[in-house]
Design a protein around this ligand. Structure first.
Ligand code: ADP
Length: 345
């Protein structure tokens, strides 16, 4: 088991700074998620940690030892890509055994390792098949089995679930989390999917333009985003933003409810809302509307649980409200959260 650290790690391509002086310390046994939009530098960062990409400057450390510039073998990390990259001409057993054969491990030892990894992922009955005879979920398990079989110091997973359909993705997510807990292997997981990030990570690093905006537990990045970027990138539908008194105030759809559902003693900020559309999602209703005067005419969304017995109608004006404790405040120009800085939230 290992810690993985980067110090001022930077990668430049001509005019693009893909990764910009990132300091990151992944703890032993930790499941750390790198979350960010496409192009934010996640894959480049992961590839430098794996030793597959040479940094422009800065260092990668494994358990305190600098490995920058050493070949991937010296980093000893197992990487699983979105595409799985299985060898089509090899059987499942052959694919899982491949990294061990490359290490010239004894045949009987290889066999028992393959068996162990296959049983870990419930694919023991598929060992004789070729990748083209497998479903997407089964291929993904083979790729993971091939990754664990080498006893790597860390797993590096780059969107490993994105080729699976929604249902399979949810169950694969659960399996992956349980497996990581059982093995205790330090894991860095790249995704652009905030739901996946919040569900899987012990901590989540939110990336934008090659830098880390916030590194914290899923609960804290959701409840206490440090800036407007993190606040709006995480959460679906995204946080509502309204200009007010020279700053921007933000509130999540689930905190923005008809004012009659709050208790009389709640300290509220009230917003008249012209309701335009209602979307019934079963467990929740999404109420779309435009703020009415004296508020600026901003589009906002409310998420009302089906257990709340109110029925706002499109085409009507209704008073909505947010508890003051649930408001976020952002500096209009920098986007920095004033709530976090002042310890208001
Ligand atoms: P992500 O994984 O978050 O989508 P990447 O790490 O793939 O982001 O890319 C970060 C930035 O670096 C992007 O602007 C991308 O276009 C650029 N980039 C990545 N790889 C290369 C490369 N080999 N040559 C030039 N630019 C690259």
């Amino acid at each position: 088991m290992a810690t993985v650290e980067t110090r001022s790690l930077t990668k430049r391509y001509d005019s693009t700074t893909a990764v910009d002086a990132i300091d990151l310390a992944v703890r032993e046994h930790e499941f750390l998620v790198l979350l960010g939009p496409s192009g934010s530098g996640k894959t480049t960062l992961l590839r430098m940690i794996a030793g597959l990409e040479t940094p422009t400057s800065g260092d990668v450390l494994v358990s305190g030892r600098i490995v920058t510039g050493l070949p991937p073998r010296a980093h000893n990390m197992a990487m699983v890509f979105q595409s799985y990259a299985l060898y089509p001409h090899l059987t499942v057993a052959g694919n899982i055994a491949f990294p061990l054969q490359a290490q010239h491990m004894a045949r009987d030892k290889i066999d028992s390792k393959v068996e162990w990894a296959a049983s870990l992922f419930g694919i023991g009955h598929l060992l004789a098949r070729k990748p083209r005879q497998l479903s997407g979920g089964e291929r993904q398990r083979v790729a993971l089995a091939r990754a664990v079989v080498r006893d790597p110091v860390a797993f590096l997973l780059d969107e490993p679930l994105s080729n699976l359909d929604a249902k399979l993705r949810a169950s694969a997510r659960e399996e992956l989390q349980q497996l990581q807990r059982r093995l205790g292997t330090t894991t860095i997981y790249v995704t652009h999917d905030q739901v996946e990030a919040l569900a899987l990570g012990d901590r989540v690093a939110v990336l934008d333009h090659g830098g880390i905006r916030q590194l914290d537990t899923p609960q804290r990045v959701y409840a206490h985003p440090v800036d407007r970027f993190v606040a709006t990138f995480i959460g679906s539908p995204p946080m509502n933003l309204v200009a007010s008194d020279g700053m921007e105030i933000g509130f999540r759809p689930e905190h923005f409810l008809p004012d009659d559902v709050f208790t009389a003693d709640a300290s509220l900020e009230r917003f008249p809302l012209d309701i335009t559309r209602i979307e019934n999602l079963g467990a929740d209703r999404l109420v779309y509307g435009v703020l009415a005067p004296p508020q600026p005419p901003v589009k906002v969304i409310s998420r009302i649980p089906c257990t709340v017995n109110v029925s706002p109608q499109p085409g009507t004006r209704h008073m909505f409200a947010v508890r003051r404790a649930d408001l976020h405040h952002f500096d209009t120009s920098s986007g920095t959260s004033l709530s976090v800085a002042e310890g208001v939230t």
